[in-house]
Design a protein around this ligand. Structure first.
Ligand SMILES: CC(C)(COP(=O)(O)OP(=O)(O)OC[C@H]1O[C@@H](n2cnc3c(N)ncnc32)[C@H](O)[C@@H]1OP(=O)(O)O)[C@@H](O)C(=O)NCCC(=O)NCCS
Length: 139
């Protein structure tokens, strides 16, 4: 898939006020060995890879198809990938008010690991705390 196709899928799956990545970012991601993009037809995830951890930078499902299990399926694929990759844990930040995402992570045994105050600022300038969530893969 080209960077343009990934970017178009991302735009379908992200809420407009939360857009954080550009086409240029996707071009960079494709060249990077430290970024992996997982995707299905209507969902996409962007993962940051370091030696012992996988960080979920973004996961999203096309708005009209949410609530049908697609996000959880993609997250299960990310967990399998991360185990095969040899990561000790998966880590991410989620907006404190993002109940669907938070529930999705909790449903696959991610645990809350702390708070980052005023971590997000959306396109309207509204700030939001983030919860750090972590799934330990080695216990
Ligand atoms: C978060 C997101 C990826 C979830 O994907 P989804 O396909 O809608 O979720 P699923 O249907 O797979 O549901 C997975 C779990 O999430 C929870 N969930 C999903 N939608 C929910 C809602 N509207 N309210 C509360 N919980 C919800 C449920 O606990 C569900 O678990 P269960 O099946 O065991 O009941 C999707 O809502 C999305 O794309 N949101 C916008 C982007 C975003 O905020 N990404 C997170 C960035 S950290």
């Amino acid at each position: 898939m080209s960077a343009e196709e990934y970017f178009n899928l991302y735009k379908k799956c992200v809420d407009i006020e939360s857009i954080q990545f550009s086409l240029e970012d996707f071009k960079r991601f494709q060249k990077s060995t430290n970024v992996k993009i997982e995707r299905e037809q209507n969902c996409i995830a962007i993962l940051g890879l370091t030696v012992r951890e996988v960080e979920i930078y973004f996961i999203g499902v096309a708005e009209s198809l949410r609530g049908r299990g697609l996000g959880k399926k993609l997250l299960k694929n990310i967990i399998s990938f991360s185990k095969n990759y040899g990561a000790d844990f998966i880590i991410l930040e989620v907006g404190i008010n993002n109940i669907p995402a938070k529930n999705m992570y909790l449903s696959l045994n991610f645990l809350e690991h702390g708070i980052r105050k005023n971590y997000y600022r959306n396109s309207s300038g509204i700030q939001e705390d983030a919860i750090i969530m972590k799934l330990n893969l080695k216990t």
